[in-house]
Design a protein around this ligand. Structure first.
Ligand code: NFK
Length: 327
């Protein structure tokens, strides 16, 4: 079932009119603007927002490592960069749920060592959290990053075969990498992870406009590279089916994210619904691109409740988020 949350004034008429995609009419400057999340932050300047993002990331990761039991720099592959950190709850059991997080930074910056945002609130509530490192550009290509993310999930499944569910969470470019896992052919890999949910925060799902931005052009030399790595394009052209029909996908975008980020999330959500996935969409009230993560450091935030982030995503029925209503 698809759940559509709407607010007064929100455009709910949109469909997938890709041939009329608004970005195609934008100048290069406008595209650069739309795809620079820091320029849309409302409470801080762009540079200050980026500094605060690093600072909070650093602090929460130090705190997470000092607080509970963790296994750091566990290799999930042979490459130097193929490492992940596992943060365990106090009551470790075979049947823990796992939240696996992929950081953002436009595939060119960010690190697992500054990305333990949701660790403390979730481990305190019995969820094991895994923060994954992958080879950002220029060392890694997008295809390699997607392959590394695939490997990291297979590693968690093999290591904890009795897990109560693996929930993927990604922010921005990390949401793109998590969403690419909707296309994974696990039978090819011989391990089918117990994927129960996807929690996508302010992601990019169609990389074609990104090809035309100054910051990201080097990552995507040709249109085929963008299309192969676009979950939106892939699901529209060759729909995949969920291995587990109960798997839920929550697509979120910050209210203050740019119109292009809103369009990307909305179209991705609509494509998921059309493909038969159990998807929900939520515009996070009064949030910018980075505040979404800062809120995830709080134990009392609605999205860090285990019944929301894990355990079947029943949040849509239990929570009346910011006055949004279900239609
Ligand atoms: N240069 C970008 C930085 C950026 O996009 C970003 C930074 C940290 C975490 C996520 C980001 N965006 C997507 O991955 C900006 O101007 O916002």
């Amino acid at each position: 079932m698809c759940v559509w949350w709407y607010k007064a004034g929100m455009d709910v008429s949109g469909g997938n009119h890709r041939h009329e995609a608004p970005w195609k009419r934008m100048s290069k400057e406008e595209l650069d603007n739309q795809y620079s999340p820091s320029r849309w932050v409302v409470r801080l300047g762009a540079e200050e927002a980026m500094r605060t993002y690093s600072q909070i990331g650093n602090e929460v990761t130090k705190r997470a490592r000092a607080t509970g039991r963790s296994l750091l720099n566990v290799p999930y592959g042979d490459g130097d960069g193929e490492k992940l950190d596992i943060y365990l709850p106090e009551a470790v059991s075979e049947a823990m749920p796992f939240l696996v997080f992929f950081h953002g930074g436009y595939w060119q910056s960010g690190s697992k060592d500054t990305s333990a945002f949701m660790v403390n609130p979730l481990t305190a509530q019995g969820v094991a959290v895994v923060i994954v490192a992958y080879d950002i550009a220029p060392k890694g290509t997008l295809d390699q990053m997607v392959d590394q993310v695939t490997q990291s999930i297979m590693f968690v499944q093999k290591q904890y075969p009795g897990n109560q569910g693996i929930y993927l969470c990604g922010h921005s470019a990390g949401a793109h990498l998590a969403a690419m896992m909707l296309l994974a052919d696990w039978t090819k890999h011989g391990v089918t992870p117990n994927l129960k949910g996807f929690f996508l925060l302010s992601g990019v799902y169609d990389l074609e406009p990104i090809m035309h931005t100054s910051e990201n052009a080097p990552l995507l030399p040709a249109l085929e590279d963008a299309q192969r790595n676009s979950p939106l394009w892939q699901l529209e052209t060759a729909p995949t089916q969920p291995a587990d029909p109960a798997c839920r996908i929550l697509v979120t975008v910050g209210q203050h994210d740019s119109p292009e980020f809103h369009r990307q999330s909305r179209e991705f959500y609509q494509t998921l619904c059309q493909g038969g996935w159990k998807a929900s969409f939520e515009e996070l009230h009064d949030m910018d691109h980075f505040e979404i993560l800062w809120n995830l450091t709080q134990e009392d935030y609605v999205l860090t409740q285990p019944q929301v982030i894990c355990r079947g995503w029943s949040w849509a029925h239990q929570w009346d988020l910011h006055g949004a209503r279900q239609v």
